[in-house]
Design a protein around this ligand. Sequence first.
Ligand code: AMP
Length: 371
Amino acid sequence: MGTTFGVLGISKGLRKGLSELGIETPTEIQEKTIPILLEMETDFIAQAKTGSGKTAAFGLPILMKVDPKAPNVQALIISPTRELCQQIGKQLFKFTKYTDKIFIETVYGGAKIDVQKSRLRRPTHIVVATPGRLLDLVEQKAIDLSNVSTLVLDEADEMMSMGFKKDLNRILEITTAKKQTWLFSATMPDHVKKIIKTYLSPQAKSIGAELRLQANSDIEYMYTLSTMSAKFKVLIAFLKSQKNGRGLVFCNTKKAAITLSNLLIDQEVNADVLEGGMRQMERDKAMRSFKKERTRILVATDVAARGIDVKGLAFVVHYELPLHLDEFTHRSGRTGRAGAKGLTLCLAEKNETSKIRFFERNLGMKMKLIR
Ligand code: AMP
């Protein structure tokens, strides 16, 4: 089971901002990184790809550590391209919607340096920059880096292959010796290792957040977009389209599972329920009946369905989208087993598309929208 941003130590104000962006459950890298960066003053190395949630993994600890009352640049984030800088800046800005004012400036080449210079004259706590433009600003004494206590090198491998080696070395040299450096890179080629060896502490913490999860290529992933009240009809239509196919339908709570199975039975669907509040005997009975194909549809909660291995399931329906990525994987993995073809359908509500995109990115697959 995943954890929550609250348990990881992220403040209420930030959590509110995250929640508005549909960011409720930490990704793997966030779960591993945030506690380390919040609790320790340390150099840090993480192997992580774009889409893994790495911006929040380093961004949230920075936002927690910045002192909004001190009007100086305390964190510097270096990223290879203008687009990435803008994305990082925008994300951090949105995260801080409900916190004390934290000012973030984004500076990159190809845009007017004078405008950037005048912006930097205002109180600024965090600067997101491409390497070359940052050095131009330093040269022109438009930015004071003497209070930078955290330096992030984002996409270090990309920066090296784009020819920023000299610039990066220089940035690492002109920032204070007291800073902590956090390096993020999707791959660890030799020139990145060299930077680590030269500039980061030998005691640097490191994590390899290689994504273990992989989408199952025997499963077809689909989703519909509707409202809470229209979902039931969508489900009934889907079950009809599946003829006699058998499957699991997941809900997030016991109550929702019980209600849904009753509604299905009312519509003469051959359904039963399996949820954690049932006595063992009742659970066994429900399982047996499902395995023996006497029940066509089993409405289940995640806890109750752990470890279920039933052969020949045609589909899994997420009547309510799961809260965590690993639940999504576990649920979906009940179909498409042992080389058989399977189908998984998410009945998403209209405000849940970001969650669909999140599952897609983390599992490296695409879901098909069914209208
Ligand atoms: P990144 O890997 O930082 O480029 O993040 C990729 C995308 O994932 C961004 O659009 C984030 O808003 C989104 N994201 C980051 N963390 C989470 C999370 N825990 N849950 C859902 N979406 C997330």
